[in-house]
Ligand binder design. Structure first.
Ligand SMILES: Nc1ncnc2c1ncn2[C@@H]1O[C@H](COP(=O)(O)OP(=O)(O)O)[C@@H](O)[C@H]1O
Ligand SMILES: [Mg+2]
Length: 300
């Protein structure tokens, strides 16, 4: 857990002893973290842990109250997200900044539209945009029938994937994903996890924010746990088991207890019954999957 700078590999991105105060609220205190090219660093923590605040510092939305921020070994002071983007730090937020009624390729190039022609004849270069969008999505395994298809008709996992592909195409070195799997079902989350793996294979550094250790463990190389603005430590995958990560995050057992409680509650409360039963059932499925995954992965 040392934060010494080694000479052989300069991290792509590094924060040293960063704190952030909002008036009397201590959102972050003494956080140190590194990200190397070609790795997935998972940032885990419950609601209010400070995950979003940390990534807002990394992406130039906030300035740290204390501490240092280095990109490829050089200290930086970003004053806007544009500064961060210009050195290759791309952030995909949960709401994605896409326009649901517009087509996939228009969204892909939103804000950086390719044009053709000059003066009054200057217009959006549809062919170029369509070709690039098709190629970039194919590289991550999505075959689009029609690039004019409204983004709003894609599944949640596909939308996240388009946003990731867009960041990669526009030259991101570091990709920060704020809870990309939070609103997704198990299968859809799997799709997003696969694209994260592909971004890593293309030597990007990825910071994957989640409160779900079951999404983090299969994909993460290292894990940083935040709790009420403080770091509980950073662990390489070889240093921590899925069970340890889960219990540090309040996982498996508590999930199971919660699912039983919900089921019990559903039996006693007629009005909310149906909804709660559904939630309990979903949790049960997650518990089953968690146990299956446990049995299937003896070594990783
Ligand atoms: N702009 C802000 N002003 C005041 N307090 C904030 C602000 N942003 C975050 N906080 C506080 O900082 C803490 C960490 O929040 P946040 O980074 O959003 O956590 P997480 O993303 O892990 O849920 C919370 O107590 C939150 O209320
Ligand atoms: Mg958050």
């Amino acid at each position: 857990m040392s934060t010494e700078i080694t000479t052989e590999t300069v991290p792509l991105l590094q924060v040293q002893d960063v704190s952030k105060y909002f008036g009397s609220v201590i959102a972050l205190k003494g956080i140190s973290m590194t990200l190397h090219a070609g790795e997935v660093m998972c940032l885990l923590g419950d609601n209010g842990a400070g995950k979003s605040t940390l990534i807002k510092i990394l992406s130039g939305v906030h300035q740290p109250s204390e501490g240092h921020y280095l990109i490829e070994g050089k200290e930086v002071n970003f004053s806007s997200p544009r500064d961060a983007l210009s050195v290759g730090i791309a952030t995909v937020y949960q709401d994605l900044a896409m326009i649901p009624l517009m087509g996939i390729s228009r969204n892909f190039f939103l804000g950086s539209e390719p044009t053709k022609g000059w003066g009054p004849f200057r217009r959006f270069n549809v062919n170029f945009a369509d070709r690039v969008t098709r190629e970039e999505l194919a590289r991550i395994g999505i075959q689009v029938r029609d690039t004019a298809q409204p983004v709003g008709t894609l599944s949640g996992g596909e939308r996240q994937s388009v946003a990731i592909a867009r960041a990669v195409y526009f030259g991101a070195k570091a990709l920060i994903l704020d809870e990309p799997t939070a609103a997704l079902g198990v299968k859809e989350a799997g799709i997003v996890l696969r694209y994260i793996a592909q971004a890593r294979a293309r030597n990007l550094g990825v910071i994957f924010i989640t409160h779900n250790p079951h999404h983090a463990y299969p994909i993460g190389d290292r894990f940083t746990l935040l709790n009420r603005g403080r770091s509980l430590g950073t662990f390489a995958k070889s240093e921590i088991s899925r069970e340890e990560l889960t219990s540090m995050m309040a996982g498996g057992e508590e999930l199971e207890t919660l699912s039983h409680e919900l089921a019990e509650f559903a039996r006693t409360d007629q009005v909310a019954g149906a909804k709660l039963a559904e939630a309990a059932h979903e949790l049960e499925e997650e518990v089953v999957e968690f146990h299956e995954a446990e049995h299937k992965s003896p070594s990783d």
